[in-house]
Every structure is written in C-alpha cells, then in structure tokens.
Design a protein around this ligand. Structure first.
Ligand SMILES: C[S@@+](CC[C@H](N)C(=O)[O-])C[C@H]1O[C@@H](n2cnc3c(N)ncnc32)[C@H](O)[C@@H]1O
Length: 263
C-alpha cells in the first residue's frame, strides 16, 4: 500500500504495475484506492502467475482482460479497467511516456539486471510522474528468510540460502539504489526503509509456513534418518521460540527498502 500512496496512484488515470505475482496488492488497490475511470495494466514474466492473478482478481468481482500484445484500452467514466500481460520488467512492451504511475513491489531485486528495469520504468512514464519500487532490505533484518540458516549453523550444519534467495540481497543498499535510480534518468529519488513482516496467527503458524518446508527439503538432501531429523527440528523449533515466541518482543522481521522516484 505504501507504493500506491507514495506514487499517488489513486489520482492516476493510467497505472502500470510490473511483477504482480499472484496479485495480492493489485486486488487491494483495485478494490480500494483505484479511481473510477482509471486503467490499470499489470504484468508478470510468469504465465503461471498470470493465471493465478486472473483467478484471484475475479474473486473480488473485477476481471482482468488478458492481452497477448499491448492494446490501448479506452476509459469509461464509471468503470475501473484492468488488464494483464506477460512481460519482462527489463524490456517492456509499451510505448514511451505511456503511464502516469509505475509500481514494482518486490521484483527489482529478482530481475537479471536491475539497471535495465530502472531504465524501462523511466521510459514508459510520463514526465513528472512517479515510480515506486520495493526491494529486500539488509540481510540481518530479514530474519524471516535467514532464521533457518542461522539456527542450523548454530547446531553445526552448513545450510546456505537457496542461491536465488541469496541473490535477492545483492542490491540491498539504499544509497546505491538511489544513485542507480538517478542514473536511469529520474530527477528526484527518495529512499526509506520499512519493516513489513509477514502476518501470521501465531509464531508456530509462521514456523510451519515459512521454515518447515525448507527444513524438510534440507533434511532430504542430507539424507537424515528419522531420529536425526526429529532431533534437529526440535532444536530449530526451540531456537525459533526463544527468538520469536510469546516471551520475546521480536517477530521474524522482513526489512524492505522503498524507492520513490520522479521523472
Ligand atoms: C516476490 S514476487 C512479488 C509479487 C507481487 N508484486 C507481490 O508483492 O506480492 C516477484 C514476482 O516477479 C516476477 N518476476 C521475476 N522476474 C521478472 C521479470 N524479469 N519481469 C517480470 N516479472 C518478473 C515473478 O514471476 C514474481 O511473480
């Protein structure tokens, strides 16, 4: 929601959101701040995500028109119009200066080359319009992803984050990100850091949701016998409880860097 707010998306006529994934935030925006008469173009590189996006959006009572190639949509005063296309953030299929607003929630750190995405964001935006990005923050404050690695290390096991996850921390520097954004052409760039941990009913729920799957995969990879696996999982659960359980003030944090840029 920070991105929609900071880019003034609620006042825009033509909004682009890239790397939309399952469309959780797109659904919220469509149902709330998006203004009547506006056009909201969503993109993702994954066909599977696009399918899920369409399904999830339809549950809210809105439909996303699927476009093979980008075709301009005519606005209607009393309607919110939404479309979804397959597109790579680094090479967007839109003309120059097409959009009043550009949103990228948690995808800039995943693409092959984030400079290309910044350049494309700049290109497709109208002058004076705003782009908003979020990326993962400092690794030490993203314990929702790093907890298992730390806990296993403590018990003598070398567990390394999946390379695609580890790569996501490579651009987590607000000062450098600001420089990169200005280098792409934007005239103003503000960055700030927020902590937006995943919501869960209770710590146990989070442990099972975020940690258990990775732990099971690791146990299988290492070919642990049942007793070793159970013993290690108990230790991990105790560590989790000590760090984030009911007697601790902490939650498994997820720091994010927000970048707001004006063309
Ligand atoms: C972490 S998810 C974020 C999804 C959504 N924005 C959210 O906040 O819930 C990243 C999304 O970026 C998409 N993605 C990864 N690389 C991409 C690229 N080069 N171009 C477009 N989308 C990409 C993935 O398919 C995935 O759906």
């Amino acid at each position: 929601m920070i991105l929609y707010h900071q880019t003034l998306a609620d006042k825009c006529n033509k909004i682009l959101e890239v790397g939309v994934g399952t469309g959780r935030s797109s659904q919220m925006f469509t149902q709330s701040f998006m203004k009547q008469g506006a056009i909201y173009i969503n993109t993702d590189i994954s066909e599977k995500m696009i399918e899920i996006f369409k399904k999830n959006l339809s549950v809210t009572g809105y439909d996303a028109e699927y476009q093979d190639t980008y075709t301009e949509i005519l606005p209607e005063d009393d309607k919110k119009k939404i479309a979804i296309l397959k597109a790579n953030n680094e090479e967007l299929p839109f003309p120059d200066e097409e959009f009043d607003c550009y949103i990228s929630n948690l995808s800039l750190h995943i693409v092959n080359n984030h400079h290309n995405q910044l350049l494309e964001a700049y290109r497709v935006l109208k002058p004076e319009s705003k782009a908003g990005f979020t990326v993962w923050g400092d690794r030490s404050r993203c314990r929702c992803f790093t907890f298992l690695e730390e806990s296993l290390k403590k018990h003598g096991y070398d567990y390394s984050l999946d390379p695609s996850i580890a790569k996501s921390f490579e651009i987590s520097d607000p000062v450098q990100l600001r420089k990169d954004t200005l280098a792409a052409g934007f005239k103003i760039c503000k960055t700030f850091v927020v902590n937006l941990p995943f919501a869960s009913k209770n710590p146990e729920d989070f442990l099972n949701f975020m940690v258990k799957g990775s732990f099971d995969m690791y146990a299988e990879e290492k070919d642990f016998d049942d007793a070793t696996k159970e013993d290690l999982w108990n230790k991990v659960s105790i560590d989790f409880d000590t760090q984030f359980g009911p007697d601790s003030p902490e939650i498994p944090d997820f720091e994010q860097i927000v970048i707001i840029a004006t063309k």
